[in-house]
Ligand binder design. Sequence first.
Ligand code: NOJ
Length: 573
Amino acid sequence: MSTPAANDRTVTDQRSIDPSATERDWWRQACVYQIYPRSFADAGGDGLGDIPGITSRVPYLKDLGIDAVWLSPFYPSQLADGGYDVDDYRDVDPRLGTLADMDELIAALHDAGIKLIVDIVPNHTSNRHRFFQEALAGGRGSAARERYIFREGRGENGELPPTDWTSMFGGSAWEQVEDGQWYLHLFAPEQPDLNWKHPDVIEDFETTVRFWCDRGVDGFRVDVAQLLAKDLPEDTASLPSQAELDAMDRTSGTHPLEDRDEVHEIYAGWRAIMNQYDPPRTAVAEAWVATPERRALYARPTSLGQAFNFDMLEADFDAAQYRRVIEENLAAAAAAGSSTTWVLSNHDHVRHVTRYGLPPRNGDTRKGGNSWLLSGGKQEDVDGAGGLRRGRAATLFLLALPGSMYLYQGEELGLPEVGDLPDEARQDPTFFRSPGEDVGRDGCRVPIPWTRDGVAFGFGEAAPHLPQPESFGELSVQAQQGVDGSTLELYRQALRLRRDLQAAEELQWVETGREDVLHIRRPGGWSALLNTGQQPYPLPAGQVLMASAVLDHDQLPAQAAVWIREDEQTPQA
Ligand code: NOJ
């Protein structure tokens, strides 16, 4: 069999393996598992997942082989946006537990060698937050209103919103309060945007960062990190229209609402706090920005340190698209002094095994690249088996890359998006504000099936807050564990083997002569190949470590990935 030529281009630098640096840099190559707490495990028996439920599943997380958990918001919230509407950043939703329960969870994870990253939501509070309640009570012109973005309305009596801006969930981005003023909410009306020019806002979040660092969390995931800094005239007549906003440059750091350069001054303040801890606390930015280079600014060691790369969420199962995304993001992260991140699924997006069962999107991601708005894909159009096959191949290949991998709860079970939830069960504001045009994100937030049968498939003792389909039983942890070839065992094995690679960040491309086949080499003769096409591809000589599908002798079949330890004698062209 002929061996493809090695390309000597090395994309990232090789880092020294000094143990203290490894401890400090644990996040660079980590595998981080996202928990959406209300849908993971319900110990309280009320249909809502909770903190003690997560603690009870720490042995499962340890067996899975992850390095860290990222916990989506668990703070007190009226759940107008799945917990991203926070009433108090330094407390726990009483339906989910107490601060003491959080302490127990942190201790249990640490005992199991797992770090914890918590979600922090700084662009907006909930409308029940103390600051907003004070702003309402203080009235027009009060100092308390300065902490948010209040403006007068248009029209003879100010009865029209200040601008025609649309919120991310649909409808106007402005809401009127009793005395007639309007406040800005880029998301739901229950999520008023903070004014980050205000010293109280800066100080309060620094207190929150310190609070969780002191409690032992290892890092933060920063919600819509690009939106905090805004520059808006006080005078309503001078505010730009939606069309004017849309036409403005998003790459120069001067857009009035997004990705402004001075946002990094806020994060420099947080970084100074996080660096006072040993090891320094980490942070990863959720930053929807125009280019990988703009994203890399959030990943600088002087800013948050790492940034989510969502390009894989938007790419089709396509080798050429994958290669472009990989090269661009490894280069941008390296230039920023960070490592990149790989994400195929999270709580905002159609689960990847379902996305890969739908026709390719070829770059059509609509509004602002938020593919959750595409979630209206019809259940009957999904090629379930094909999607799962492609999803498993994609995961295996991405796990072989340098950078951190962020996994979303349930993807290790191959859970599909639940596309046919009844309308009355839906909770996502996108559904209510579109209205109904976009089914929203509930389909990827359906509670995890732990057992084959039973109430809520072992999630808890009560009917779950989002109904699970019958098919979840056969996808449960109980049905898959110890079963050769199951998706759960694929993830477990891959995470175990991946540990061998985590110290090094070097990657070499091997040209395959085929646009639909990728071949990478990592240190130690370790290789991964991905075939997104329809024709088999001859494997290089070596020992197969694992594969996403059954191999056909020395061929990598269509739509599959493989990890190989290539023979050392393999001649290089
Ligand atoms: C991004 C979060 O991931 C999403 O779930 C949330 O709705 C918005 N930010 C607003 O906080």
